[in-house]
Design a protein around this ligand. Sequence first.
Ligand SMILES: Cc1cc2nc3c(=O)[nH]c(=O)nc-3n(C[C@H](O)[C@H](O)[C@H](O)COP(=O)(O)OP(=O)(O)OC[C@H]3O[C@@H](n4cnc5c(N)ncnc54)[C@H](O)[C@@H]3O)c2cc1C
Length: 492
Amino acid sequence: MMVEAGQSAAAEYDLVVIGAGIAGLNALYSATDYLVRGARVLLVDQKDAAGGMWNTVYDYVRLHQPHPMFTVGNLPWDWDKPRDYLATGAEVQRHLASALGPAGERVALETRFGHTVSTCREVETGDGPRAEVTLHPNGRPGEAQTLQARRAIHAAGVNYRPADPLPLESARVVSVIPQALRAALAAHPGVPVYVVGGGKTGMDTVLAALTQDPGRRITLLNGRGTIFMNRTKYLPVGLKRWTSGEPVSRVLRDMALSFDGENDDAVLERFRARYSSDPESRNELYLYGLQSEDEMAQVRDGLAAEIRDYLAGVEDGPHGPQMVLRSGKTLPVPAGSIFVNCTGSYFRAEDMAEERTVLSPRDCVLSVTTRDGFHPLTSVSGFFLTHLLYRGLLRGRGFYTIDLERMFRKDRKAIVGVAAAQATMNQLLALQTLPLELLTRCGLDLDLWYPLPRRLVGLVRMKAAARADIDHCRRALDRVAVRTGVHCAPLM
Ligand SMILES: Cc1cc2nc3c(=O)[nH]c(=O)nc-3n(C[C@H](O)[C@H](O)[C@H](O)COP(=O)(O)OP(=O)(O)OC[C@H]3O[C@@H](n4cnc5c(N)ncnc54)[C@H](O)[C@@H]3O)c2cc1C
């Protein structure tokens, strides 16, 4: 049963979920396994619809992973496109939003879109501990309402925010964000395009500009540069699914076991040489993006130039506009050039996301965030944290939570080994803690790409080495915690 934007009279819910991105939807979907039929559940989001960032991301975005494993629980996609089809942003949004249907069949689900939650905390009441949630219609804090619930799941997740155009001093160039790329290309034919940032958004932007206008001169400002996992090799298609590649959990395990808590450079080199789409590149960041060999070649062949430096600004010089680079160099740019801000969606804002512990003292409020993260993917966190919480199996089992945002800001290289160690260890602990039947219902598992026999072999190998692997990851993560001073510890 689903109630549209209900303003309910009574204010006690069984569960309030804040955030209708893939993290919150996985949390909601998982929670319905434990709530009684007809339980009162409220889903709140600032946006006008479910789907989180996929509502506001640039229109030429595509998943960089196979779509079947970008889902809510084990919800299948309602189509029969090839498994390797890379869904568009709009398709992803529609699929995620479709999860509200099945969730609403299990519980009495109310949705409150266009609302901002200002506080979500645990309080003591005469009836025991409760979650207290204060929310208001966007932009109207004077109309705040406070609700109580047996539990709340605060699933802000990565909370993607579209960037602003780069503030460029010169008025003779055009500064846009990816959301405005297509319009800018149409409005300014023939002028060069400068893509600022070489991550997933930058790669998408180069390809989108080349597709819309193959003759365009495109320059990539690539700073330290980003490396990507090789999708052609590790998510192979056709018969190769049987004969080549490796389940992603094995790749993560290899990375985790090569990490000793201090050897960030060696781990990055290992990833580059073995798993990246471009082993020759000298790029230094890895943010769990995927790229096919074809995409990599298209970008390389389509670029007129690549600058290994950061853009500090564009100013009007004596001979026209000129780029000022962080190294101090200046380079002339043709008047009218388009600069696209692809400098990164995550962990780049001046302020960090709100600090929230994963679990409140009496277990009423669960937070799925990157500040006390359970897994590098917030989708996976939403699924596992919720099942573990409702089963009372979250504390004292050795699961590590990490302030992934602070870690990234402190040491962008460390995050590679840290994320692999955390993902590997928490997955092994979940395997030991939760029934296998439940684990098979996690449709987010990228290993599902491979045929069942290969997965079963992987599972046996995983279980056989679990103890030693967990010990290794724990030692590495403990060392990281001491070395960096960033929160990285078992959940007690
Ligand atoms: C360009 C791009 C491509 C990507 N492609 C992939 C991919 O192929 N595969 C993959 O696994 N990952 C991909 N990612 C990572 C992606 O961000 C995550 O996979 C995922 O969609 C993030 O979901 P989320 O729920 O954590 O965050 P979001 O989608 O940002 O959702 C958080 C939601 O919480 C709401 N919210 C937050 N705070 C409040 C509040 N106080 N009150 C009310 N509502 C609130 C927000 O409005 C938002 O809707 C990509 C990221 C980017 C930027």
